[in-house]
Design a protein around this ligand. Structure first.
Ligand code: TC6
Length: 676
């Protein structure tokens, strides 16, 4: 096999070039090639300096994640990096694209770094439940100091070339289109400079204050994750230990993370996210329909949020409401949201004006006639949607995609009122739609393949992670929410408290439990609004005006800052309702809550897969992580069930409580096969 790494001599400079698409990941062949190149440079008396660069869209984007967990092959990254570091001839990293993870560590082991202005550098291993285990945690602080290093390794966001130059990570920012020539010229400039600067020879002062401040600032975000603490400990070690001892410490920490379940879960998510974009029976080369203008119907929270996604991506939006007042209110909220983001520095100061300038508010549905995609976000009612789609069928131009944002309703039934069901699709956004990354793309029976392909591509453009779901009540996410909610309510009736059930979920790693979620969404949602008709605990709470956070009272009591405390009155209401049912009250264990609220979700997920309503188990995981806050470090419900709990235990738990277990789950538990 030919090596992906080639060497080119430019007089006294040897240029070592990796060409390993798509992202020049540092797999075995690349590492072997690098080792060969550096060793040639070292041994060839005519070579005075070396440049390492990559072809294609990026400098090395990291270690090859597909190799993790497999037996090692070829030269190790450590071996290559050590060889580079100790070379008596200077090596220059010439960076474009994304120098990430192991790629950034290769650059750190070079003696100099030059980068084009559009390049970024970073150590995102923490996002994969790991740490930069090829010396990154020891070298980076020695260049940028403890404080900046903590942000880069324990949060993992990359920094642009200009910032990298400011903190000393990049020695020179070079021409965007002249990287190789500029890097060679730079190499000649420094070829005879002695001593060769090696990061390992530097020291960095401890900064306990910065460490404490960092932990305080990011504590909430890091809750439950193992990797951030290990990254922090390594940075501290870099400031306290000699380089070689620090490297030993880094190695130990790395191995712990690498063999743990959290990193396996986070790596699973990395590939699951990318896999979700692929539709099994749709050719990735399918020609897409052009989407240059989007129409959104409804300027409420949902419609406004949906519109913002397109505006932010530079796509003009026409937004329709029925009343001027609602239209003004809706567009006002959008503007305010943009301004708040600008004030926090999250977007450029002129971004709100730019985005709002692309918006056309109107009261006329007919104004959607020139839109390439129309998304309705109106009241969740089949008759309302059918009436609207009948009108849209008459208004929309031929070839326009017509989408519904329904979260439960039958997309086929909605499509059937039009003469073009092939152009109809579900686009289920999650609230707040401008923030949440998940998009469930609901594939109707007749949805055309190019419509699906177009919507999936558009999702990427507006920075969403799209997952294809089939038509069923609640699609993937909400359908799985349903058994959890049913069981949580039953558990209340049997003697558990909202606090106990929520605590189990929060300790598991969810942002909130079922009753905290009900209070946030509104206890009155879906309520029949008849205070004399009390058929559930929820009815009883709603009848007393306990509609959740917005009323300061729901399953919990809230202060003006919306801090929750257990509510004696809510508990009384629950008790009264329970007493009427004659159900015996009993002690409920936390384990029973897990089995009945979480194992049942896994069961529902298996049914969804059996029915072909999701393409693959990993898609179910993506939905629950991106849309509902399932903890990333548990890899999603299906990953958790298979890799952390074990399917046998899941099946036993379900059977113990009398649930009907999905056949596919039983078979997979018996045979040890993976859920597909
Ligand atoms: C590390 O370095 C640890 C070091 C310790 C050493 C001891 N490996 O994201 P895209 C694939 S950990 C293998 O769609 P983009 C990806 O699966 C690593 N494969 O493209 C996809 O394949 P598909 C630290 C990889 O332009 C294809 O490349 N590095 C890797 O939107 C295209 O990817 C990171 O965490 C990899 N490292 O974004 C960086 N990376 O086409 C991870 C990508 O078959 N990568 N692939 O589906 C990224 O963040 C992004 O891929 C990107 C490019 C920004 C580099």
């Amino acid at each position: 096999m030919t090596s992906p790494v080639r060497f080119e001599r430019h007089d006294d400079v040897l240029v070592i070039i990796s060409d390993s698409p798509p992202v020049n990941a540092l797999g075995a062949a690349v590492r072997d090639g690098l080792k060969e190149g550096v060793s040639q440079g070292i041994n060839d008396p005519a070579v005075k300096a070396m440049v390492i660069r990559c072809d294609g869209k990026t400098f090395f984007a990291g270690a090859d994640i597909t190799e993790f967990g497999k037996p090692p092959k070829g030269a190790s990254l450590h071996e290559v990096i050590d060889m580079m570091d100790s070379s008596e001839k200077p090596i220059v990293a010439a960076i474009h694209g994304t120098a990430l993870g192991g790629g950034c560590e290769v650059a750190l082991a070079c003696h100099y770094r030059v980068a084009v202005p559009s390049a970024v550098m970073g150590l995102p291993e923490v996002k994969l439940g790991l740490l930069p285990g090829a010396g990154g945690t020891q070298r980076l602080p020695r260049i940028v100091g403890v404080k900046a290093a903590l942000e880069m390794v324990a949060i993992g966001d990359p920094i642009p070339a200009k910032k990298a130059a400011e903190v000393g990570l990049v020695d020179r920012v070079v021409g965007e289109d002249s990287l190789e020539a500029d890097a060679i010229a730079f190499a000649r400039e420094i070829a005879d400079k002695k001593p060769i600067p090696r990061v390992r020879d530097k020291t960095v002062a401890p900064d306990p204050e910065a460490v404490e401040e960092f932990k305080k600032k990011h504590g909430r975000r890091m809750r439950g994750f193992d990797a951030p603490a290990a990254n922090i400990a390594c940075v501290v070690a870099a400031s306290e230990l000699p380089f070689d001892e620090g490297m030993k410490f880094e190695r130990e920490q790395f191995m712990k993370l690498m063999t743990g379940t959290q990193s396996a879960a986070q790596r699973h998510l990395f590939f699951a996210e990318r896999q979700a974009a692929k539709i099994d029976d749709v050719d990735p080369k399918t020609p897409l329909r052009p989407i240059n203008k989007v129409g959104v119907i409804g300027a409420g929270t949902m419609g406004g949020g949906i519109s913002m996604n397109f505006l932010s991506a530079g796509i003009p939006v026409t937004i329709v409401e029925m009343q001027q007042e609602a239209l003004d209110r809706g567009t006002g909220v959008m503007r305010k949201n943009y301004e708040a983001s600008a004030a926090k520095g999250r977007i450029k100061p002129d971004a709100p004006e730019k985005a709002m300038g692309l918006l056309t508010p109107t009261l006329k549905l007919e104004d959607l006639a020139d839109c390439d995609l129309i998304i309705e976000a109106v009241y969740e009612n089949m008759d309302v949607k059918k009436e609207l789609f009948t009108k849209l069928d008459a208004i929309a131009k031929p070839g326009a995609i017509i989408a519904t944002n329904t979260s439960y309703l039958n997309v086929d039934e909605i499509a059937a009122v039009t003469k073009r069901p092939e152009d109809v699709v579900g686009m289920h956004f999650f609230s707040p739609a401008n923030v949440m990354r998940l998009l469930e793309v609901v594939r109707g029976e007749k949805t055309a393949k190019d419509v699906l392909a177009t919507v999936m591509a558009l999702a990427k453009k507006i920075k969403k992670v799209a997952v294809v779901a089939g038509v069923c009540h609640g699609f993937i996410g909400n359908r799985m929410l349903s058994p959890r909610q049913i069981e949580a309510n039953k558990l209340l009736m049997e003697g558990a408290t909202p606090q106990q059930i929520d605590k189990v979920h929060v300790e598991f790693g969810m942002p909130m439990g079922p009753f905290q979620m009900a209070d946030l969404a509104g206890v009155d949602i879906g309520w029949h609004r008849d205070p004399s008709r009390i058929e559930s605990i929820r009815d009883a709470l709603a009848a007393e005006g306990r509609w959740g956070q917005k009323k300061g009272a729901g399953y919990y009591d809230y202060d003006e800052k919306r801090n929750a405390t257990p509510s004696p009155r809510a508990l009384e209401i629950i008790e009264e309702f329970r007493a009427k049912s004659n159900l015996p009250k009993r002690e409920i264990t936390d384990q029973e809550i897990v089995e009945r609220t979480l194992y049942t979700m896994v069961n529902e997920g298996a049914l969804i897969l059996e029915e072909g309503k999701a393409q693959r188990a990993s898609d179910v995981d993506v939905v629950w992580i991106m849309g509902y806050g399932w903890p990333v470090y548990r890899g999603g419900p299906m990953f958790w069930a298979q890799n952390e709990v074990g399917l046998k235990k899941i099946v036993e738990g379900l059977e113990k409580h009398g649930f009907k277990v999905a056949e596919s789950l039983k078979t997979a538990a018996e045979t040890g096969a993976a859920l597909k």
